[in-house]
Design a protein around this ligand. Structure first.
Ligand code: PMP
Ligand code: GLU
Length: 396
């Protein structure tokens, strides 16, 4: 008998962490490598948020919190959703988790049966497909490309829906493409989904504040699908709190209470100090993070201007999040330094070996033609990385 479960055997490692661990190991060996792998802000947590965590320790917030999170945090989340997104939620519709990652997996555990289909527009964030596999579901992919800014059309979505479709899962702003869906596009999607009450929309909006071109719209704003929609958000990206592990889901009560039940058996409530600090972070509002957002926009402009000059890189200017996702199919099928480049993961390994620049290949994002660079890094690293890539490709 196999000592591992089928569930484990069908799972892949998270490529974002595989590549960032490689960077760590290479650095430990004294190799000078530039890491543009992980999507994590390089800024420190703002001082007022840190202070709130110290205060929480001193006030002895050291016991279990309620499974869905402290009431005052859930109230703060409701205020944020009202102010930023014009959304009405009550605290019993909010579940705070150990990162948005857990918020998404709670929902999948709560609604997916063996063989149920989850629609994933490609490219998708690495963990979506793996989470679907973990709960026994089947991912149904909608292929997009750089020519449509990596966005699905309503027609494609309609064609992908079957009687077995249980959920639509996507991020807008999107990791890894940096695109976002406009209000008009989301309204058209909402109108279609409303005709299929068996479908739950899992709308991952964790990069909401990092939109450099337009307005963020939450699909839950369309009343025709409010009862079918879960909004995912969290403290990792705009608040620079990745390690503090606070994410949340806002959902209709039928779904929120299901997530509460799941979480109560798996992890209980999230870390209490981080929860108390998140209240301060949320109440400060978007303007408090504007300088970080402005820096990301500046880096976006920089990396785009530099990368578009690299031979064989086809790219669009990402409008949001902090990733750029060049199509490198020009190199696929070529032999570079004696190695055949069969897909973008091979190309990412080539860049690591020859340019000492780490990125993440697109295969685990469902797009074997593209590679992802995170520009949540210093301007110097961005400039140096592009120089190194150019010289590695020039020496072929
Ligand atoms: N969704 C997307 C699109 C992400 O890029 C990430 C990466 N952090 C997450 C969810 C998970 O975030 P968290 O740190 O809150 O688990
Ligand atoms: N979401 C980030 C990324 O895509 C962090 C890593 C992860 O959670 O997978 O790089």
């Amino acid at each position: 008998m196999d000592k591992y479960s089928d569930r484990l055997n069908r799972l892949s490692y998270s490529q974002t962490f595989v590549m960032s661990n490689k960077v760590r190991e290479m650095r430990a060996e004294g190799i000078d490598v530039i890491g543009l792998t992980l999507g994590e802000p390089d800024f420190d947590i703002p001082q007022n948020i840190k202070q709130a965590a110290f205060d929480a320790i001193n006030q002895n917030h050291s016991h279990y919190s309620p499974v869905p999170g402290f009431l005052d945090l859930r109230e703060a989340i409701c205020r944020k959703l009202k102010i930023d997104n014009h959304l009405d939620y009550k605290p019993n519709q909010i579940i705070v988790s150990n990162g948005a990652k857990q918020s998404i997996s709670n929902i999948l555990f709560a609604i997916i049966n063996e063989g149920d289909e989850v629609i994933l527009p490609t490219p998708y964030w690495v963990s979506y497909h793996e989470m679907v596999k973990m709960v026994g579901g089947k991912s149904v992919f909608i292929k997009t490309s750089i020519d449509t800014e990596f966005k699905m059309t309503v027609e494609q979505l309609e064609a992908a829906i079957t009687p077995k479709t249980k959920a639509l899962l996507y991020s807008s702003p999107c990791n890894p493409s940096g695109s976002y869906y406009t209000r008009e596009e989301l309204e058209a999607i909402a109108n279609l989904i409303a005709k299929h009450p068996h479908i739950t929309v899992i709308s991952d909006e964790i990069y909401e504040y990092l939109n450099y071109e337009g307005e963020h719209t939450s699909i839950a704003e369309f009343p025709q699908i409010y009862e079918q929609t879960a909004v995912i958000n969290g403290m990792s990206k705009a608040y620079a709190m990745t390690g503090w592990r606070i994410g949340y889901c806002a959902a209709p009560t039928w779904l929120a209470s299901a997530c509460d039940k799941i979480q109560g058996q798996i992890t209980s409530g999230a870390n209490t100090m981080a929860q108390k600090a998140s209240i301060v972070g949320l109440d400060a509002g978007k303007k408090h993070y504007q300088s970080m957002i402005d820096s990301f926009q500046k880096r976006r402009d920089l990396i785009y201007d530099l990368m578009k000059e690299i031979i064989g890189f086809k790219l669009n200017k990402p409008k949001s999040a902090f990733y750029i996702f060049p199509d490198i199919s020009y190199y696929i099928g070529k032999i570079l330094k004696g190695k055949e480049i069969k897909n973008s993961d091979d190309f990412a390994m080539f860049l690591l070996d020859e340019a000492r620049v780490a990125c993440v290949g697109g295969v685990s994002f469902g797009d074997p033609n593209c590679i992802r660079f995170s520009y949540a890094s210093s301007e110097n690293d961005i400039i140096e990385a592009v120089k190194r890539i150019q010289s590695a490709l020039a020496n072929l």
